[in-house]
Design a protein around this ligand. Sequence first.
Ligand code: HAS
Ligand code: CU
Length: 541
Amino acid sequence: MNDAATRKLALSHIWVAFIAFILACFMGEYQVLERSGFISALDSPSVYFASVSTHGVLMAFVLTTFFIMGFGYTIATTSLKQPIWNIKLAWAGFGISLFGTVLAALPLLGGKASVLYTFYLPMMAHAAFYIGATLLIVGSWFWCVIMLVMFSQWKKANPGIPVPLAMFATTANALLWLWTSAGVALEVLFQAIPLALGWIDTIDAGLARTLFAWTLHPIVYFWLIPAYTAFYVFVPKQAGGFLFSDEIARAALIVLVVFALPIGFHHLYMDPEQAKGWKLLHGIGTFVVAIPTLVTGFTVIASLEIAGRLRGGKGLFGWILSLPWTNTMVLSVILALLMLIFGGFGGIVNASYAMNAMIHNTAWVPGHFHLIFGGTTIIMYFAIAYYLWPMLAGKPLFSNSLALLQLWTWFIGMSILTTPWHVLGLLGQPRRISSVVYNNLLTLAWKPYEFMMIFGGLILLGSACLFIYNLAKTQLSPASEGFDQQVEYAEPIHPVTSLPEYLNGFTLWNKVIAVLMVISFGFPILQFFFMDTFGTSAWGY
Ligand code: HAS
Ligand code: CU
């Protein structure tokens, strides 16, 4: 495995990620309880919104960013077989992101930033929240730079040789993140912080929502790419087979990165500040971005089939049974794909312009993203952690059977939590509300689903505790003599010896992204500077 310095760096990042995660899980369970109205002592909109804002920020920004950075450092050093380029810079990035997280957490926990993780302006939080969030992002840019430098240095030193797929995927994600975070950075620097500090009196809320939409879609793929990386570079090997195609994997990652960016208006279908032609354009792009996910699903299932057949599986579906279901990586991918079917289906409904009106701002939307993010994506973060922990901590995993139980309970809990949300959305229950008790016939129909949610949340909380327990026990167990496990990368069934430059680098794709961004966001942003618009003053804190 990589050197001790990298292991410490990666472990520190990933521990921050999982501490944020477990805290947010407790908040989640409180939220379903409060929202249901079953325990009147818990009723408190102000505590609810403080909690749900902290939960969202911890899960969507802190867990993801720190996990992705830690995972990236591990991938870079093990796949390129090189130490971190400039480890001091990496620690500086860690420190800045951690400081930003703590700074943002203070107003969040104090109820001074109850603006949810999307913090739509003109709702106002304490300036420390925006400054903290900005620092979290700035720290992560250090990581992006390190990934890009290591990628290019390796390419220069190994001309004509394909960059290892794992590093290709990680660099794709670093590049995606630089492009993605620019939208929200502009919003926060030029609108939120000046407004919060009283430097300006009003902002344009339409412009703020447009800039946030720039970030809001690609950020979900920033979260997702580590899961896809594991699908491609760990799963086939762990299942006992080969990757179906290295080239298809690269092509899927490229389409994912390029088309993730210019399509954010599917979050603004119901907003008035953008015209319908632009929404249609972004809508079409949204359907294009679903394709690499379908391709990824295909490649992973094909790789699993190769493994299943190599293990002696016969018949149309017999190979599924012969997969090693007790391998945490293999079990996770199966459960992740199952959740992806329904989470992705919900995404397609959301993306369909007319159907969006049916579910927008209802409980359906948290149903969609808890299933596809909390389900598909996070279960792969667990799988990655279980796989890497022995190598990072230098000790075997405390308990594989506990890990399997944890993965199954996460899957069951997430299914029980999100199915009612989808139904409730269709029954008209709004999202972002602290109480569902309106005392009429409509809300009576919601009751059984509220029960299910509490139950699903409890299972998830138990599962999350098991996860942390297993990792902590592994790390705290006495060092094992001679334990030396290495990260093993899957081989493609047809080895790649050379690749065209467009499948081995990002220069061309950067240019394509720049053109697409100008087309899809140029006029929609510039219009705010040509139009007479009404400024909005801050509202809330
Ligand atoms: Fe989404 C809202 C559209 C994917 C996250 N999404 C959200 C929000 C979040 C989020 C956080 O168009 C809420 C934002 C907010 O707070 O306002 N989403 C999509 C589409 C996709 C999609 C089209 N979303 C994601 C992913 C996320 C994520 C991934 C996080 C990681 N989403 C939307 C839209 C909205 C939205 C609208 C706005 C809604 C509104 O009105 O507010 C696609 O990428 C999905 C493509 C996936 C598929 C599924 C393919 C299935 C496969 C599985 C095959 C497996 C088999 C089983 C056959 C089409 C590949 C094998 C079995 C074995 C045993 C081996
Ligand atoms: Cu989106």
